[in-house]
Design a protein. Structure first.
Length: 214
């Protein structure tokens, strides 16, 4: 049977645009894109990403066999190995002992633990927010870092040679997941919440790394 197709992917993008733009408007992100910060500064963000992905990718293993969330889980997206490579590069041996989650990152982790392990729609909300962001705006940042000779394995998806095609397939999954209107509303709200968590993480880094702009 052909699944009923909706326009949920378009709705999700449209209704969370403000939250997405708020996250990308943070001074830390603007400074990275402008070439005002280097790899060592980006490494501080990578450390916070590590703690977030630690929870999200544990949830992915839990959700792998779920009928709704399972199709979204792809080993080609996994970021922890790349993050470990980057953190080893920037922080050296014993890197794990040298990094800690910020208060904002810890709040983000708590929320993912609350929603991503038992609620398929909640898992997809956080999965969508992180991975599609890395495959979209993250690639602009990757090119900026490469120009500054501060490349990042984290933003290099070697197993996804055609990003637009992968994202199109992902949006098809969103459109054919079979959620009813109430569940779609819950997922939209959770994506907004995920963006809010990411914004607070970035705001904290803006304060620490570029206080001259405050």
């Amino acid at each position: 049977m052909v699944p009923v197709r909706t326009d949920f992917a378009r709705r999700l993008h449209s209704e969370t645009r403000v939250e997405h733009e708020r996250a990308h408007a943070q001074p830390f992100v603007r400074a990275l894109l402008a070439g005002e910060l280097g790899g060592e500064d980006f490494a501080v963000l990578l450390a916070q990403h590590y703690f977030a992905y630690e929870v999200l990718e544990a949830a992915a293993e839990r959700m792998r066999s779920d009928l709704v969330a399972g199709p979204f889980v792809s080993d080609r997206l996994r970021r922890l190995p790349a993050l470990e490579t980057d953190l080893q590069h920037y922080f050296g041996r014993g890197w794990r002992r040298k990094i800690t989650p910020s208060a904002a990152t810890e709040e983000y982790r708590v929320r993912m633990r609350e929603t991503c392990f038992d609620w398929p729609g909640g898992f997809v909300a956080h999965h969508y927010t992180r991975y599609l962001g890395d495959l979209s705006g993250g690639q602009v940042l990757r090119r900026c870092l490469e120009r500054a000779e501060a490349g990042s394995a984290f933003l290099t998806f070697e197993r996804i040679p055609d990003g637009p095609r992968f994202k199109a397939a992902y949006r098809t999954l969103l459109d054919t997941a079979g959620w009813d209107a109430a569940e779609e509303d819950r997922i939209v709200a959770e994506v907004k919440r995920a963006y809010a968590h990411n914004t607070r993480v970035l705001a904290g880094l803006s304060y620490l790394l570029i206080p001259r702009q405050r």
